[in-house]
Design a protein around this ligand. Sequence first.
Ligand code: ATP
Ligand code: LTN
Length: 338
Amino acid sequence: MEETQKKQIVLSAVQPTGTPTLGNYLGAFKNWKMMANDMQEEYDCFYAVADLHSITVRLKPADLRRQTLEMYAFLLALGIDPEKNVVFIQSHVPEHAQLAWILNCHTQFGEASRMTQFKDKSEKHPENINVGLFSYPVLMAADILLYQADYVPVGDDQKQHLEITRDIAERFNGIYGDVFTVPKPFIHKAGARVMSLQDPTKKMSKSDTNVKGFISMLDDDSTIMKKVKSAVTDSEAKVYHGEGKDGINNLMEIYSCCTGKSFEEIEKEFDGKGYGDFKSAVGEAVIEELRPVKEEYLRLMGDKGYLMKCAAEGAEKAEYFARRTLRKTMKKVGFLQL
Ligand code: ATP
Ligand code: LTN
């Protein structure tokens, strides 16, 4: 990657907390891939496995290790070229934790307390409300600001974390002069919030205890079809996008993302047909959408040596940029330079 190029910088990350879902794929990964591949001339992309973030919830060490490599394999399986982009594992670049400390000291307790993800996760894990969970968005801000990112492609649930990142960056720049690029969220409306198949008022989440609520990217074809067929809908038996039709709206959104069809086209396609036909079509579309990624993932998992080599190269490239920003930040704050 040419350092002198005037491309916009893109950064995003995913936690290795389990097998990614269709929500991660449609809300984030699809856009990551588009920015890294189809819009390669415009963007330099940095994508990370956020393993430091994932220990805010208690994980077994062996699971963390395995899931980190698996998530890394998923990123490459999307078709993101590790030669042309920087694909790395967060904990391999110690500057993330270092910058996070400095940013912690420039973040107000009050503003961090307002984060809805913190409130949700505290409710979910009342036995382990650790300080890391509280300062999670500050580490996320460090991830983004270290690379001077212009855009951060994420799902809708991360909007608030992007807002606090922007506030921290602006505050910091206000005190010390221009240090950080103030990043913008990149949230593609379609797929930004894929809902649970069992409770379409809640977002689809890989940590949902009810496995019927989410489609895992490794589910086999018949499991995907079964989950879609048992998705909660309504009793109207008419396919259209409307109020009070959360289940159908969600399936239409999924179908639209996988096929590129608009809601009007979908309504026409299923005019006079029941939910059974519609669900079969959605199931087929999801199966076809995930198939190539799943196949490539399984192939890559058979070559761990290659994955480790890519991770090492990614870490080296990422650190080059991260070190530069951290040095500049420390100098501005007034740390004695050697
Ligand atoms: P967890 O379920 O463990 O809390 P998560 O899947 O919500 O994790 P990440 O894995 O860190 O969180 O999310 C990675 C990316 O996927 C983020 O950009 C997030 O916004 C996006 N994402 C996650 N779930 C959905 C969803 N249901 N719809 C759209 N985007 C999503
Ligand atoms: N908090 C994010 C994951 C994440 C992230 C980031 C996203 C960690 N660091 C930096 C974008 C940029 C989530 O999706 N739960």
